[in-house]
Design a protein around this ligand. Structure first.
Ligand code: ATP
Length: 296
């Protein structure tokens, strides 16, 4: 099996030795591995685009969810299956899909797993695998100090969250779906997966294998209300109808006065934006689980 391994040596703080172990493990399982180490943002995307038609049997992204997002954007659309080795800080995609955090088991999945078609979110030509956030969470992502994140990990988001909370004022957002349904909200999370930011379940009905996105509309128009909703999500408490509205849609338009947008944990820009579900443009090597089998 010919494998292109695109790996971020600074994922999760320091991943260089883990990447060497991944190469050794894949070679021991019979793979011919070409390794590209990223040196900066954008390298993983370029490497994936270059590898697209180069005859590899698998493209493997090794790093955090940010590296995975870049590889997806370089690769899609493609029939070459994409596998993932989680080496990141939060590893939301691995938690969502059950990709093992144990390197040996993750390498075994790369070699033995069956590729299957997945759904991606798309906005202005950019793909996302996990979610897009509009409003407060995007402000937190915009303000996060990436150098600090290398040293303190997830704590950098908490620091940015507290700093953002002092200044942020929830502003009204207008959300329209392809069926013409129109709603107002003060924060929006467009999900392709159930989990958000770690093990927090924001969109329980979302699935990587369905041709749709789930939309969570946050209705609190005050900072205190917003804090209450976020705390309940973090504690795993059920949310009330006056706090959130959940929708399912294939196309979602969000308008609002220069509100910030993040996708898969990276700042993307400001509103207005259209978010679309795109099923089948990419195949991924993932563990088989029953939910996934049902959705297919
Ligand atoms: N050699 C490098 N030096 C500095 N930054 C890099 C390098 N290679 C890639 N990057 C940037 O680091 C960003 C974050 O890395 P990545 O997502 O792999 O790990 P993480 O942030 O630790 O994990 P997670 O996304 O799961 O929180 C990438 O989006 C990329 O822009």
């Amino acid at each position: 099996m010919k494998i292109m391994l695109i790996a971020n040596p600074v994922a999760g703080g320091r991943a260089r030795c883990k990447i060497d172990r991944v190469v050794t493990s894949l070679q021991a399982r019979g793979a011919a591995v070409k390794l590209v180490l990223t040196g900066a943002r954008g390298d993983a995307r370029k490497a994936a685009a270059d590898a697209r038609d180069a005859g590899f049997d698998r493209i493997v992204a090794a790093g955090g969810d940010g590296t995975l997002n870049e590889v997806i954007n370089g690769l899609t659309p493609s029939d070459t299956p994409l596998a993932f080795i989680p080496l990141g800080t939060t590893n939301v995609f691995a938690l969502e899909t059950g990709i093992p955090l144990d390197l040996e088991k993750a390498c075994a999945l790369v070699m033995d797993g069956e590729p299957r078609r997945v759904c991606l979110g798309q906005s202005d030509g950019e793909h996302f695998l996990l979610m897009a956030g509009i409003g407060f969470d995007a402000e937190v992502v915009r303000r996060v100090n990436l150098r600090l994140k290398r040293y303190v990990g997830k704590l950098a988001y908490l620091i940015s969250g507290l700093a953002s909370l002092l200044r942020y004022r929830p502003r009204p957002l207008e959300v329209t779906t392809e069926t013409g349904m129109r709603r107002q909200a003060y924060g929006v999370i467009v999900s392709n997966c159930r989990l958000y930011g770690g093990r927090f379940v924001v969109s329980p009905g979302a699935s990587l294998y369905a041709d749709a996105l789930h939309v969570c509309l946050l209705r609190s128009d005050s900072r205190l209300g917003m804090l209450r909703t976020v705390s309940k999500i973090a504690a795993g408490h059920p949310l009330l109808a006056e706090e959130v509205v959940q929708l399912k849609a294939r196309e979602i338009t969000v308008r609002g006065d220069r509100a910030p947008v993040q996708v898969d944990g990276d700042y993307l820009g400001e509103l207005p934006r259209v978010f679309r579900a795109r099923f089948g443009d990419l195949q991924m090597v993932l563990p088989v689980n029953e939910d996934a089998a049902h959705e297919c």
